[in-house]
Structures are given as C-alpha cells and as structure tokens.
Design a protein around this ligand. Structure first.
Ligand code: ZN
Ligand code: ZN
Length: 366
C-alpha cells in the first residue's frame, strides 16, 4: 500500500514528507493505522547525529493507533484493537524477561537497531530501495508495520492523542519514580529537568506520596507546569541550586534525585543534591559514548547509590494499561502534557518548538 511518511534522509537535514510503499505484515507482524505520535528528544538524536542509524529512516517511537491488519500467526490481536507502541519489544522468554526486567530484554536489539523488522528485512520502500524503521515503530507515518511484540493493547475508550505519550515520556518518567527508584511515602525528591520525562517523574513521585518534590529547570517559565504536576518547590538551575536544595531538605540533601535531561555535567551535580544514603536515578538518555565522572570516595563513604533507569523499568504489557487506568480515573495527568498538536506536514516545526519553546510535549495527530 501507499502511505505518507516523514522521511529523514541524512542527519542535519529536515524531515521530508513523502509517499512510501508499505508491504503487508508478514508472520508475527501487525499493520497499524497511526492516530497520534508524540515528538520526543530521542527522535531528534537521529537528526543531530547523536544516534547513528541506517538512512533513509522513518522515525517516531511514541505512537498510538488502531490495528488494521494482522500477519500470519498473530492470533491475539483483532482488527480495530487500540494500541500503544512499545519501542523496546521483549521476547518474554530470556533471562531478563523471566527476572521481571523485560525492559532489558536483548533478544530483538540487533534487528531493532538495524532499523528492520525482526527477520532483518524492511517493510518500507521508496522507489524500490529500502527505508528503515526507527525502533521498529516508524510512526511518523499514516501507517506502519510493526512486530507483534511492539504492540500493547489498551482500552478503547482512552483518547489516543494522549494515550500515545504513555509509550515513552510517561512510562520513562513515572516508571523511574515508581519502579526504578521505588520512592516511598514521605520521602523527599528532587528532579532535574522539567521536560516530558521530568514532569512525569514529578507526577510519579506524587503518586508515591513523596512529601517534598523539588523541580529544577533553567527555564523559570516551567514553574507553573511543574507545580501543576505535583512539585512542592521550584529551583532555578544555577550555581546556587545545590545549596537551595539542601536548605529545603533539612540541610542534608534529598532522599532521591533524578536527572531527566541526559547531560553528564548535570548528572555529576545531581549527586550533590542527595543525602548520604540517598539514591540518584539517571533517567535522561545521554548520547552513546558520553561519560560521567562520579567521585567513588564519596559514593563509598556516604553510601550514595547511582541507578540507571531505562524505559522507567516498566513492563509495557503490564504497565501501559495500568498507567492509562490511572489517567482515566483522574490520578495521572496526560491532557496537561500536550502543549500543542500538529499535522504530519508540520513535523519540522514541531521539533523546532521542542528545542526552543517551553513546551511539555508536542503531539502529531492524524
Ligand atoms: Zn521517547
Ligand atoms: Zn526477553
């Protein structure tokens, strides 16, 4: 079939809206009509060149849509099912999947990062030449073919233009607070960065009944939004921020700090924001190859813990429906995360706004 997609031909070039050929789903695959897709920094890493990937590529990994057809052997999905796409499909059988760490499943890592389906071939073509799929989801498009393992079926009364955010920013942020760090009631939390992930760490900490939630961002205009998501205090990111955070946490530092930006220098400073015995969780993805220097002497003497958080330690099949239930019952904010809606034709503008504006999340709707 013919589809319309935003195609990236090379780093540091704009997305081109083009007509592509999409093959029918093969065994174990699903054809999805995309209804909404969030604009996330990880897609931008392809444009900036920070993430190396075969090109041309259709990016987009925070998508939601409706099943339009299924390939052979797909017996547990039906045409018309509503889906959130999972950018880290898990096999369900490996060591990690069996140890409740399906976000670390590496069974499909190779084909997914090669930009293909699990059999190593592409379903997208342009003038007969292959076009690659980012994260196996390729959702900056009217339609996509994805592995069955990338599909999470959700209740069909949830609005897809907000549900899509659960697939990356919400899972990554709320999951980091609940699952990776395991924030407990009455603990103090500081969150560095109030973008899509940071705001969700804030609301995750609130769901955990944290007593003090300090939001830190370089942009003062983020304060009202941070407070709306549950921050009790706002601190401007500057050279005095660690002193201010200590003042707000009994002079000791917070029980938990989260770095939601992925900047090595900020990760290092965030360690000073936690008390002895506290935990720093790194939830922002820094570019591959970047390094962070933590003082081992302080880590040992003060029993500080540094944790990595990948995809919020969630199990998408289990947790996406749970997060949507929280939204539908009024306990999780999604509406307020959407700062602007765009058409696919406006994709370059959407990324420009993401980089320059105070936006929480832009969503492309179809
Ligand atoms: Zn993302
Ligand atoms: Zn696995």
């Amino acid at each position: 079939m013919k589809i319309k997609a935003a195609v990236l031909h090379a780093p540091k070039s704009p997305f081109q809206i083009e007509e592509l050929t999409l093959e029918a789903p093969r065994a174990g695959e699903v054809l999805v009509r995309i209804k909404a897709i969030g604009v996330c920094h990880s897609d931008w890493h392809l444009v900036s060149g920070a993430t190396k990937h075969p090109m041309p590529v259709v990016a987009g990994h925070e998508g939601a849509g409706i099943v339009e057809a299924v390939g052979a052997d797909v017996t547990d999905l039906t045409v018309g099912d509503h889906l959130i796409l999972n950018w880290a499909p898990a096999c369900g059988e490996c060591f990690y999947c069996q140890h409740n760490q399906s976000n670390l499943c590496d069974t499909y890592t190779e084909p997914i990062w090669a930009g293909t389906m699990l059999d190593g071939t592409t379903r997208l073509h342009r003038n007969g030449a292959p076009v690659y799929s980012y994260c196996g989801t390729a959702s900056f498009a009217t339609h996509t073919v994805v592995p069955r393992a990338s599909c999470v079926v959700i209740r069909n009364d949830a609005p897809l233009d907000r549900a899509c955010l659960v697939g990356c920013a919400v899972a990554t942020g709320v999951g980091a607070a609940i699952f990776t760090a395991g924030v407990k009631a009455s603990e103090s939390v500081v969150v560095f960065g109030c973008g899509g992930v940071g705001l969700n760490i804030i609301q995750g900490a609130k769901l955990c009944d944290a007593s003090t939630v300090i939001a830190v961002d370089a942009r003062q205009e983020k304060e009202p939004l941070a407070r709306q998501f549950g921050a009790t205090h706002f601190v401007s990111a500057n050279e005095h921020m660690i002193d201010q955070i200590r003042d707000l946490t009994g002079g000791r530092g917070a029980d938990h700090a989260f770095e939601a930006v992925g900047v090595p220098k900020l990760q290092e400073r965030a360690l000073d924001a936690i008390r002895p015995g506290g935990t720093l969780t790194l939830a922002g993805l820094s570019p591959m190859g970047s390094t962070t220097n933590f003082p081992a002497a302080v880590l040992a003497r003060q029993e500080k813990t540094v944790k990595g958080s990948y995809y919020g330690s969630v199990n998408p099949q289990r947790d996406f429906p749970m997060l949507l239930d929280l939204y539908m019952s009024g306990k999780l904010k999604l509406d307020e995360l959407v700062s602007r809606r765009y058409s696919l034709d406006q994709i370059n503008e959407a990324f420009e706004q993401m980089l320059t504006g105070g936006a929480a999340r832009g969503v492309i709707v179809f």
